[in-house]
Design a protein around this ligand. Structure first.
Ligand SMILES: Nc1ncnc2c1ncn2[C@@H]1O[C@H](COP(=O)(O)OP(=O)(O)OP(=O)(O)O)[C@@H](O)[C@H]1O
Length: 871
């Protein structure tokens, strides 16, 4: 039976309640709590049974047909939630809001949480090394704001964008944070570039909200509750700004969907005040910062090389460091000084790392505390971590670093929490507080009193048993207990005759009978009453301790951030020591000078070839652009990426793989490398290549670093050469440009740029010819090469000899033709022959393609003259 066929007036009272709730959450799967299960009914049950492979059963619902039903146990619902979220469903969790035992009639129920990709908090559903952001993007005509929050850690970021850079800046930030869920307003949809970026590249869940859902007039209260504050200004948000709309949109949504979570957030990180390096979506992926391009794996990425962190908080922060390199030289130097100090004291570094190894994820623990879902073990983890903090603080005192001292100041020892938890909670508590034995003896008088009754209760029961044996003469009389019947006196068959009249029969078994007496009943009431009270009291005491921990949110959050930062700095120091890195010099004179630089990942991944280090020198004047030629496979891309990675590593405050490095801070890194997988999004390789180049020339400044690998390769040779040359000219001459550029190319024609343009220098990757083969030397040397060695590389790659020989033949033929074309061109130049005499050459082929018939003689002459430069 489907929902549409239901006669609602005939439904049972419980089903009526179900539909009252369900109607508010039509687009969600409703988990409806019934006892120990979350049940799903009707259409939800049909979907869930299919998606979760659950048995579809039925339940009487007041109608003739039973309601389709399936369910999942409430204590194991995480697994099922995860599956549904991964399959793109949103889930509303409806709980019983009163103890059923205390209710007459239908138990009241309410949706306390809506689970969507951006609102997950369950450890089992989250990657401990990554943040999980939900964001609101509020857009007006010329301005917009983006507010992101990670509910599981309490982190909040806010950006405001305006003017013509609005879209590109927004795309950069969205790709940097990669949110799991985006809330948008109507105006967002009119921005085609942003909409298609989110749809095609981020592939994130998007929800269109009403304009009112963002209104500060309506929603400020909810934001204030979430931040436990009394004004938007106190969290750095000016009312009526576009930022206030984004903040209100996001936190009103969180407030509405996460009813159990109040006051989880303490501060908003505003980014306009503190700019960071821009690395676009493409460069981030091309440089393989956090995952490899091909397999999307951590191994083989820069993160893999640098990750020696010990805590989950450190892992998340390391990732955000990599994605947000600094541009403020003073801040970079502070980090580098801290790393240097740590490398200089290996024993203390080792001790710090060992302590950090025992630190729990304070941020996610606090979310559970605020949600009131923290278990006794969670509080114990919080306390155990707090107990380690004094040792961390003591060790940090031994380092002479401003940043480490700063972190130390921010670490609170959280004594109030650890004292309370250590005094109150047993050393190895059960997961669930209801299981009992959570609170230590001696912590609460009332609890101690009740426990005494229980332990004394055993004595009372033993006394009764002893007296009854004496009184009745039943030697093997004993008193037992079970959950159904409570306490009972057990008498075996052979003594039935001796059972006195005051024994009331409770149960007959094969060999014995069970009885109760008035005296035993009174004892039972005392003992069981005490047990029930103990369970309730333990829960109350635990809730008080948890709520006290919640009051310490700000302190814990600040401590967590500082500990995470120490962890990342220790991780950098470890990578520096293990891989023999150098402290870079940070400059602002525009010079990048690297001696014996290495690619941080290739040098570790490569097993069968020793990595050959290389120098780099780029500046703002005569060494702005390096044109790098060399055969395929010689190491051009590796070299260029290595320069970008060394620059980026320096700007995140990490030592670098080089003997010496002076790095002038760059504001942006751009890359145009290889084919990206946008082909799936319906763009041709060439189209992707050109739009990436367009992005670079539009946004690069003289302080940017640009990596261009084989620009122009995606089209025909002449088009390609022309585009590559025009791009190089533009970059090296245009007003705001002149940025530092590394340009690898197969077009040897570009070598001439060195003579023609200021700031261009030729380099090549050295190779050695060995008979009809070649050896890669991997060394970058000054000067360009005009030999491709393509056929030799093809041979090295194992192409069959037959093909290689035929390729050689064809090459000779083409070279002869090219020679002919050159002579013909020279003749044209000196007007010795007319155009129609040039036959059979690459130039005429090109001329034909260009539809020369429609050109005047002089246009044709200019066109050919232009081409002459390439033949
Ligand atoms: N400096 C180096 N020392 C040792 N091995 C290197 C070095 N540089 C590159 N290699 C090795 O050479 C391989 C090819 O390098 P790379 O891809 O950079 O060449 P390329 O010139 O860009 O090739 P193509 O033009 O075909 O793209 C790398 O995968 C790496 O294993």
């Amino acid at each position: 039976m489907e929902t549409k066929d239901i006669d609602f007036s005939k439904l049972s009272p419980m089903m009526k309640q179900y539909f009252e709730v369900k109607n508010k959450y039509k687009n969600h799967i409703l988990f409806y709590r019934l006892g120990d299960f979350y049940e799903m009914f009707f259409d939800d049950a049909i979907i869930a049974s299919r998606e979760l492979e659950l048995t579809l059963t039925g339940r009487d619902c007041g109608l003739e047909e039973r309601a389709p039903m399936c369910g999942v146990p409430h204590h194991a619902c995480d697994v099922y939630l995860k599956k549904l979220i991964e399959k793109g469903y949103n889930v509303a969790i409806c709980e019983q809001t009163m103890d059923p035992a205390m209710c007459k009639g239908i138990v009241p129920r309410e949706v306390i949480r809506v689970v969507t990709p951006g609102t997950l908090i369950e450890s089992s559903m989250l990657d401990e090394t990554s943040n999980n952001y939900i964001c609101a993007f509020y857009m007006r005509a010329k301005e917009s704001a983006l507010c992101l929050a990670d509910i599981s850690t309490g982190e909040v970021h806010l950006f405001e964008f305006e003017g013509k850079e609005m879209t590109s800046s927004a795309i950069n930030e969205l790709s940097r944070f990669s949110p799991a869920e985006i809330l948008i307003n109507d105006a967002f949809l009119s921005n085609k570039e942003l909409s298609s970026f989110i749809r095609e590249k981020l592939k994130t869940s998007v929800q269109l909200l009403e304009e009112n859902d963002f209104s500060p007039e309506i929603h400020t209260e909810e934001v204030l509750k979430q931040f436990s504050t009394n004004s938007l200004e106190s969290i750095g948000v000016k009312p009526d700004t576009v930022a206030a709309f984004a903040v209100c949109g996001l936190f009103a949504y969180i407030h509405d969907t996460q009813k159990a979570l109040v006051g989880r957030f303490s501060e908003i990180i505003k980014h306009d005040a503190d700019p960071i390096m821009t690395i676009g979506f493409t460069a981030r992926r091309n440089l393989e910062l956090t995952e490899t391009l091909r397999n999307k794996e951590k191994k083989g990425s820069l993160l893999w090389v640098l990750d020696h962190t010990k805590t989950s908080m450190g892992k998340r922060m390391l990732k955000s460091f990599l994605e947000q390199p600094l541009v403020n030289p003073a801040k970079i130097i502070d980090r580098l000084d801290a790393v240097e100090q740590l490398t200089m004291k290996p024993v203390e570094l080792g001790e710090l790392k060992e302590i950090l190894g025992g630190v729990y994820d304070l941020e996610r623990l606090m979310t559970r505390v605020m949600y009131k879902t923290a278990t006794p073990r969670d509080l114990k983890s919080l306390s155990l971590t707090a107990l380690k903090l004094p040792d961390i603080k003591e060790l940090l005192k031994g380092f002479d670093s401003k940043l480490l001292a700063n972190c130390n100041n921010k670490i609170s020892t959280l004594e109030a929490i650890s004292n309370l938890v250590e005094n109150a909670i047993v050393d190895e508590p059960p997961v669930n507080v209801k299981d009992g034995n959570v609170i230590k003896d001696g912590f609460n008088e009332q609890l101690d009193g009740l426990r005494n009754i229980i332990s004394g209760g055993k004595g009372i029961i033993d006394d009764i048993a002893e007296r009854e044996r004496e009184k009745t003469g039943i030697k093997n009389l004993k008193i037992g207990y079970n959950r159904v019947f409570g306490y009972y006196i057990e008498v075996t068959k052979s003594y039935y005759d001796l059972v006195p009249d005051n024994y009331i029969r409770k149960q007959t078994l094969a060999n014995c009978e069970r009885f109760i007496t008035d005296e035993l009943k009174v004892a039972e009431n005392t003992i069981l009453g005490a047990s029930d009270k103990i369970v309730t009291l333990e829960q109350e005491i635990f809730a008080e301790i948890r709520d006290f921990a919640a009051t310490q949110l700000r302190l814990v959050q600040e401590t967590a951030t500082a500990v995470a930062q120490i962890d990342v700095l220790c991780s950098f120091a470890t990578a520096a020591v293990n891989n023999n890195y150098t402290k870079p010099e940070i400059a602002i004179d525009g010079i990048i000078d690297i001696k014996n630089g290495r690619h941080p990942v290739v040098e570790l991944m490569q097993k069968d070839e020793v990595f050959v280090p290389n120098d780099t020198y780029l500046d703002l004047t005569s060494n702005r652009m390096a044109v790098i030629t060399g055969p395929n496979m010689s190491g051009k891309s590796t070299y260029m990426r290595q320069v970008a990675l060394i620059t980026l590593m320096a700007q995140i405050g990490c030592f670098v793989p080089a003997d010496y490095a002076k790095i002038s801070v760059v504001d942006q890194i751009f890359t145009r490398i290889g084919a990206s997988d946008d082909l799936t999004a319906g763009q041709s390789t060439f189209m992707v290549e050109m739009s990436e180049v367009a992005d670079i020339v539009k946004h690069a400044t003289k302080n940017s670093l640009v990596i261009l690998d084989e620009v122009g390769r995606g089209t025909s040779t002449f088009d390609g050469i022309s585009i590559a040359r025009a791009v190089s000219e533009y970059i090296s001459t245009n007003r705001s440009m002149g940025c530092k550029t590394l340009f690898a190319t197969h077009y040897h024609e570009l070598i001439s740029l060195e003579k023609e343009l200021d700031g261009v220098r030729n380099f090549s990757v050295a190779v050695k010819r060995q008979g009809d083969s070649i050896k890669f030397l991997r060394k970058i040397v000054p000067g360009g090469v005009d030999e491709s060695y393509g056929i030799e590389v093809a041979k090295l790659a194992g192409l069959p000899n037959k093909i290689i020989n035929r390729a050689k033949e064809l090459l000779e033929q083409l070279e002869a033709e090219n020679k002919k074309a050159r002579i013909a061109a020279q003749q044209i130049e000196s007007d010795q022959i007319s155009f129609d005499k040039i036959s059979d050459s690459i130039v005429t082929d090109r001329l034909r393609k260009t539809n020369i018939d429609e050109m005047t003689d002089s246009e044709l002459r200019d066109f050919v003259k232009d081409l002459l430069r390439y033949v």
